[in-house]
Ligand binder design. Structure first.
Ligand code: SF4
Ligand code: SF4
Length: 351
C-alpha cells in the first residue's frame, strides 16, 4: 500500500471544533469508557509519569490540513520563558521525569526553544524535538541541525509521503524538496547514521479517513526509497492515525465523512493497544502551563482530572505530583483514534 501525504492548504484558520457529539451526529457508538468496560479495562488510569510533553505554542511556519493543533504562522499562543522556568524547576524536583518531549506548532519557532533544550539536557533529560523539517530553512534557524546534534536531541520529523509529486501536490510547491534537503542536512551532522546515537524518526499519517498501513512494512518501503533515490538514512518510521479533532474533524464534516470514519475507528477498537496508550505514562503541558493527559485533550481543552493539580506551577508545591501518577485519564470519543487497528501514539503503532 502506497502512503499518501496529508495535504497542506493555506486556508484561513478554522475555529477549533467542539466534540463530535455536540455536532448532532446520528451515529451513536458506545462511549470510550463503555468499550473499555466491556473489555475489563475501565477505568483508564495512568501507571507512571516519566515523560513531560511540552507544547511550547501554536506558532508554525506551515498550515497543514490535518493539524490537530490548528497551528499556523498567525497564532499568538507561545510559551513564555517564565512558564519554562517553572517546568525546569519541576524537572529539578522530580528526577522520575526522565524524558522531555517538545512539540508545537513548530517548537523551534518559540524564542526560548534553545534555552529549554539546553537546560533540559544539562539536567540529564532525554529530549525529543517534534520537527516539521521545513522550519530548519527559516531565517535564523540554519544552525539548528548542529545545535540539536550537539545536545543529542532525538528528532521526530514529519514526512507523510516519500513521493515528490504527491507531497508537492498536497503540501505545497517545494515542501518535499525542502524536507529532503533538511533530512540530508540532519544526516550530514550524524542524524540517522548507524553508531552516531543521534535518533531521527519519521512520522507518517494517512491522507484522509483511513487507518495507517502496517508500520514495519511501510518503514521498509520508506527506507528503501529514501536510501536509493535520495541517499537518506533514518532510524524508525512511526505511523499515526488521524485524530477526529480540530481541522481534520472539520474536514470530515465538510465531506460528510465523519460517521464513516468514527465507525471505522470504533469497529477497529483493539484492546491490546490500551496497555501502551501514551497518556498512561506522560503528562502534557500547554503553552500557558496548564496540565492535560495528552496533546489531543489539550486541543479539546479537556484538563486533567479535577482531583489533580491543574498547572505546572502547582507541581512546585510538595506532594503534588503523586496524585498524577495513578490519575484517572479524561477520555472521550476521540480516544478511539488511539486504539483503532494497531493503535497510535506519539511513538507510532502500539501493537
Ligand atoms: S504543527 Fe505540524 S501539523 Fe500543525 S501546521 Fe505545523 S507542521 Fe503542520
Ligand atoms: S486521546 Fe489522549 S487521553 Fe485519549 S486515549 Fe489517546 S492519549 Fe489517551
Amino acid at each position: 500500500m502506497k502512503p499518501q501525504g496529508y495535504e497542506v492548504r493555506t486556508l484561513p484558520l478554522l475555529e477549533t471544533s467542539p466534540l463530535p457529539r455536540e455536532k448532532g451526529c446520528a451515529f451513536s457508538p458506545p462511549t470510550f469508557e463503555e468499550t473499555l468496560s466491556r473489555h475489563g479495562l475501565a477505568p483508564l488510569r495512568a501507571r507512571a509519569v516519566h515523560t513531560l510533553q511540552i507544547n511550547v505554542g501554536k506558532l508554525c511556519n506551515q498550515t497543514c490540513h490535518h493539524c490537530h493543533v490548528d497551528a499556523g504562522p498567525h497564532r499568538s499562543e507561545v510559551m513564555s520563558r517564565e512558564t519554562m522556568e517553572q517546568i525546569l524547576a519541576v524537572l529539578r524536583r522530580y528526577p522520575s521525569l526522565t524524558t522531555v518531549d517538545i512539540t508545537g506548532g513548530a517548537p523551534e519557532m518559540n524564542p526560548h526553544f534553545e534555552f529549554l533544550v539546553a537546560t533540559c539536557r544539562d539536567l540529564g533529560r532525554h529530549v525529543k524535538d517534534r520537527c516539521n523539517l521545513t522550519v530548519l530553512f527559516m531565517k535564523g534557524k540554519e544552525h539548528l541541525p548542529q545545535f540539536l546534534a550537539d545536545h543529542q536531541v532525538e528528532i521526530i520529523a514529519s514526512l507523510p509521503c516519500y513521493l515528490e509529486t504527491n507531497v508537492d501536490q498536497q503540501r505545497g510547491r517545494g515542501v518535499f524538496e525542502r524536507s529532503i534537503a533538511a533530512l540530508r542536512r540532519l544526516n550530514a551532522v550524524g542524524y540517522g547514521q548507524a553508531g552516531s546515537g543521534l535518533l531521527l524518526n519519521l512520522v507518517y499519517n494517512p491522507l484522509g479517513a483511513k487507518l495507517p498501513p502496517d508500520q514495519a512494512e511501510l518503514e521498509a518501503e520508506y527506507r528503501e526509497v529514501l536510501r536509493t533515490r535520495f541517499g537518506i538514512q533514518f532510524t524508525h518510521l512511526y505511523t499515526l492515525t488521524n485524530m477526529p479533532i480540530s481541522r481534520f474533524l472539520d474536514e470530515l464534516f465538510r465531506t460528510d465523512g465523519y460517521e464513516a470514519y468514527l465507525e471505522l475507528l470504533v469497529t477497529n477498537f483493539n484492546p491490546h493497544s490500551v496497555e501502551g496508550l501514551m497518556c498512561r505514562t506522560m503528562l502534557s503541558v500547554g503553552w500557558d502551563g496548564r496540565l492535560y493527559d495528552c496533546d489531543f485533550n489539550q486541543m479539546l481543552d479537556l484538563a486533567v482530572s479535577k482531583d489533580c493539580p491543574q498547572t505546572i506551577s502547582d507541581l512546585l508545591q510538595p506532594g503534588k505530583v503523586e496524585p498524577l501518577v495513578h490519575r484517572r485519564i479524561v477520555t472521550d470519543i476521540h480516544c478511539y483514534g488511539c486504539t483503532a487497528g494497531a493503535g497510535s501514539s506519539c511513538s507510532g503503532a502500539l501493537t
